[in-house]
Design a protein around this ligand. Structure first.
Ligand SMILES: [Zn+2]
Length: 411
């Protein structure tokens, strides 16, 4: 029998820590040496246990489902409790081959409902998706919520300071506030092992396929409760066109069903392609004379756009296709010709990335009269044939090896 018992929630000023015991096979997938803690940039000591339990459950429930585990907690918020089966269904539909079992037992179900204020919040990493959501709801002045421990490791202090500075500058520019959250939610579990457990049936790994949507969303619970938030936005990474073709833990069929106290979650911007979002951002910046930069890249420690990875290249070209200058958006490119060469000969594009490049190509064609000679190659390239079989085979094998190693060393 697999069990997780949440023995105690320790809350002190701005910090919450979860003391729990685990037994059975599920223990193999948890890093019991790593405390599960969260630190907020606000005082949360008056937040009730039934709300504080939400971040814990949002990250523990998917583990309990795939490991058929019973979780026991003392108190739980009624709205959140009632939403669990709805967002679990999103997972069941997304991964029909995976068995989602597990049970949740709570001693008390507490009604924390409130009359909502007009305030909203938005998860903010600083990239294209996050900016598009911020711009779409600019009049609401959503509070920008940025997590340390998500894409930036807790050991990367330098990187975090850059991310934080960028989020503060953006909040200032948009006349709103920040909420910063430091969290060990990627450390208390064994991400690689969980990935190996589900990969065969789900064809996706833990963070991307199972954790990062609700895992992030849950963190807002104490803040939503204190500020009587009406909704929280999480920016979409994919779009309507991808429905049924890609799996991702952050999906409208999951995120939109997560509720807490009286706060709703909105998976925002699903109607836009990534290139639509770049278009919206470029247009907004021009029309409103705003000063902000994008931060899309996690490749380099230090939190800056590295300008030498596929994602940076894609964003740089996406911006150029909209007749704008990438250097005004936080990209310092020393050699633009490098991109053509690397894309043709080095980078292997996955089936998810090819349509994104084709969208960029289409915008180049639409805006042809505005564009310079040096980008000529992008009109001619056939993105469907860009990867030859050798490159595809090589990269797929490499990824499998990386994840096997990660699983073994319990990352
Ligand atoms: Zn990069």
């Amino acid at each position: 029998m697999n069990n997780i018992i949440l023995d105690k929630i320790i809350v002190e000023k701005n910090r919450v820590e979860y003391e729990y015991t685990a037994s059975g096979l599920v223990k193999e997938y948890l890093n019991l040496d790593e405390k599960f803690f969260i630190e907020y940039s606000i005082d949360i000591s008056d937040v009730p246990e039934s709300i504080l339990v939400i971040p814990f459950l949002c990250n523990m429930l998917p583990i309990s489902w795939v490991c058929d585990t019973e979780i026991k907690v003392n108190e739980i918020d009624k709205d959140f409790y009632d939403s669990i089966n709805d967002f679990k269904q999103g997972y069941i539909d997304m991964y029909p081959k995976v068995d989602f079992k597990g049970t949740l037992i709570a001693n008390n179900i507490v009604d924390n409902s409130y009359t909502s204020s007009k305030r909203t919040a938005s998860f903010f990493s600083g990239g294209v998706d996050a900016f598009s959501t911020l711009i779409s709801h600019v009049d609401e002045k959503p509070v920008l919520v940025t997590l340390w421990g998500s894409d930036v490791k807790l050991t990367d202090v330098k990187g975090w300071n850059i991310v934080k500075k960028h989020a503060i500058e953006t909040a200032k520019e948009f006349n709103t506030n920040n909420l910063f959250i430091k969290t060990s939610f990627r450390l208390f579990l064994k991400e690689g092992k969980l990935g190996n457990l589900v990969y065969e049936k789900a064809r996706d790994y833990w963070w991307h396929g199972f954790q990062h949507g609700i895992g992030l969303i849950g963190h807002i619970a104490p803040y939503a409760y204190i500020n009587k938030l009406s909704k929280v936005y999480i920016a979409s990474s994919f779009t309507e066109k991808d429905r049924g073709k890609v799996t991702c833990a952050s999906d409208p069929t999951i995120d939109n069903f997560v509720r807490m106290a009286s706060c709703k979650t909105i998976h925002d911007g699903y109607e836009f392609t990534r290139q639509d979002k770049v278009h919206n951002i470029v247009t907004f910046k021009k029309n409103n004379n705003r000063n902000f930069e994008l931060r899309v890249c996690w490749e380099s420690e230090g939190g800056k756009n590295c300008c030498s990875c596929e994602k940076c290249y894609r964003t740089i070209y996406g911006i150029i296709a909209e007749k704008a200058n990438p250097s005004e958006f936080g990209f310092d490119i020393d050699n633009i010709n490098k991109i053509e060469n690397e894309l043709k000969h080095k980078i292997v594009l996955s089936n998810i990335l090819i349509p994104l490049w084709k969208d960029i190509q289409n915008r180049f064609i639409e805006n042809k009269e505005f564009l310079y000679e040096q980008y000529k190659w992008i009109y001619k390239i056939n993105f469907d044939n860009i990867n030859n079989d050798f490159r595809k085979k090589y990269v797929n094998k490499l990824w499998k090896i990386i994840y096997k190693i990660k699983g073994k060393i319990n990352l």
